[in-house]
Write a protein that binds this ligand. Sequence first.
Ligand code: NIG
Ligand code: FE
Length: 434
Amino acid sequence: MSGLAVVNCGQLVTLAGPPRPRRGVEMRDLGIVSGGAMLVRGGRIVAIGTRQEIERSLPKGCEIVDAGRRLVMPGFVDAHTHPVFAGNRADEFEARAGGLTYSEIAARGGGILSTVRKTRAAAEDALLQAALRYAEWFLRSGTTTVEAKSGYGLSLEAELKILRVIDRLNAGRRLRYVPTFLGAHETPDEFRGRTEDYAACVINEMLPRIAAERLAEYCDVFCEPQVFPAPLARRILSEARRLGFGIRVHADQFTADYGSLVAAEAGAATADHLEFTTAAGLEALAAAGVQPVLLPAAVYNLGSTYYPNARRMIELGMPVVLATDFNPGSAPAASMTMTLSIACTQMKMTPAEAITASTVNAAWSLNRGDEIGSLEPGKLADFVIHDCGDYRELPYFFGRETAVAAYVGGVCAARCDSRPISTYTAPGRGPTAQ
Ligand code: NIG
Ligand code: FE
């Protein structure tokens, strides 16, 4: 293994820092090495430094990538997505443009359940093909890891089918996937009016089987009075915890301080959405050490103006995470750079805070902070070369995808731009690879 060196970066955004999620003013420190370079061996970062420092220690035969003064940074870690589903809901998008709301559409039999019907009918391979298409979209926006929820099956067989697709996607080794079981996403048609019975099925049939097959690391619940009310959510989450799952909660998307209190009580890793959380809910989450995962693209796409209070969360010292929420209903956008743009314009996060929230803080929320999310010696070489020289351009030039090349574990997973990146091989000077 001769290794890989990236030289001539414009900004090398490392996010090097303490081995924990970043809070408060720490979120503004991106650990930038101007004109930096990086050496990778065996899929991991060996050294970061100036170009001169790295070039002094190039192993013979090392592949050298000249970043051409472009921005190089860790791949985004998208800590909340729903990327395995059949069909799409462009019809509902049109209906919302005509004045209907997300809840009205759901009440008419559309929404999550319409995707469930299509996903149940789809073959596993067809779901895989659809998800592979979306994987390209993630890579093009510079994302190298996604948390992937099930939740469009809502029966044991269909949930297993989705989780197997996620497993196969991960085995493909292009994008990394962290699987989450979201059986409690909605009550399926056959249990209509019997949410309690469906919750019992989640607890007694689904959770044990998914735990036994090791198909998910986390369990999530859509906790809302009209979806999974707090008492049912608590039961599902405590059984999930007993079986060894980490906990994530869809909280307060529509109802103030509802899911957030369940998440705090359950000691969840994350509480996600938080559009309607008040100061009291935020304080409960902060005291319980729950990381907030904010999904501003869902707010934007639903045409709402109720963005989560990111500034207050940062003031409270909460290690904020930003994610896309990619799904066919509320947020059909895999683009993390678009999410960054909305975070900066609508929630007044600074570009640096938004990048910290979508890399290192997101990695810690998935229990992978010691492996990914920053560029530091010992970590996996998941990095992206972007077509700009300054990190602030990512949210500033909104609506474009900037990734030129995405590397996962030191291997080029995607070339997203036809313009050349110059690569060459180190001559026979310097130490040879061990
Ligand atoms: O996070 N709120 C629940 N789940 C998704 C939406 C899923 C859908 O509409 O299909 C969300 O916004
Ligand atoms: Fe979601």
